[in-house]
Write a protein that binds this ligand. Structure first.
Ligand SMILES: [Zn+2]
Length: 268
């Protein structure tokens, strides 16, 4: 078999919840084909994530149009500079819809600094306050901002009743330990299949199964063996396989726990 031979996508006939993707950014195929292929490998529910003012409405429309799709409302730290009272008003209006299951993705990204740090922090704090006021869990993006993420989350920790998930975790082990102590879950995606990501597998090792969520972050971060192609929720089985390997447990355990964890956190 050649090294690059693509494997079939495993199918265990057990339900999977995709907790983080960007369906409105997928281009390789029609949405209906992507959803059908995802269903075939067991993906039962999908949470599609808002990131920018322009897609607050479009993710909600997607969720309204499909019984098994849910969405979030929030601005990504890259867009912190675009967080205005008008944007906040739209987030608050959309949050009334039962298809919206979380505030996100919100957080800090000091790697790219697409928005100035001050504006990222302001947007993060204002959206955390919304999650507290509306009793929603949060979906957090944090990159190269460990100290500030910890400080800000700590400030909201008591008022945040439903906690949330630190998605696509690539930060330090100490930040993971802090988040776990505070009651947050951690989202793992295709990064755990990358050879270079031993630090992320180390975080996975210390994360109890009860706190693990699975996600693809599609269209980004396609897992091995499909790197190079556009990512999609139907690649989730490769992430589940890797979690079972790193946690040294059965595939069924990973499927059952992560399904339960996702249902529980997002109340879906
Ligand atoms: Zn994302």
């Amino acid at each position: 078999m050649s090294k690059n031979k693509k494997r079939e996508i495993p199918n265990w006939n057990l339900p999977i919840i995709e907790t983080h993707c960007h369906l409105d950014y997928l281009k390789q195929d029609s949405l209906e084909n992507i959803l059908a292929k995802s269903r075939e490998v067991g993906v039962e529910k999908i949470i599609t994530i808002a990131v920018e003012p322009e897609n607050l409405n479009s993710v909600l429309e997607l969720a309204r149009a499909h019984g098994n799709i849910y969405c979030t409302q929030g601005l990504h730290p890259h867009e912190g500079k675009l967080y205005t009272d008008e944007v906040e008003a739209l987030i608050l209006e959309n949050l009334k819809d039962e298809n919206v299951v979380a505030v996100g993705e919100i957080g800090l990204d000091f790697h790219y600094n697409n928005s100035p740090e001050k504006e990222q922090k302001d947007a993060f704090e204002r959206q955390l306050q919304i999650a507290c006021d509306y009793n929603k869990p949060i979906v957090v993006h944090t990159r190269e901002a460990d100290e500030d993420t910890k400080a800000i989350l700590k400030n909201f920790s008591n008022s945040l009743k439903r906690k949330g998930v630190i998605h696509s975790f690539t930060s330090s082990t100490w930040l993971a330990e802090f988040c776990l102590e505070e009651g947050f879950s951690i989202g793992f995606n295709g990064i755990i299949t990358f050879n270079s990501a031993q630090n992320v597998r180390d975080v996975l090792s210390i994360t109890p199964l009860e706190r693990i969520l699975v996600e693809t972050d599609a269209p980004f971060l396609t897992p091995i063996p499909f790197r190079g192609r556009e990512n999609a929720p139907f690649y989730l089985p490769f992430i589940i396989e890797k979690i079972a390997e790193v946690k040294d447990c059965s595939i069924e355990q990973v499927l059952e726990k992560t399904y339960f964890n996702s249902k529980n956190l997002f109340d879906i």
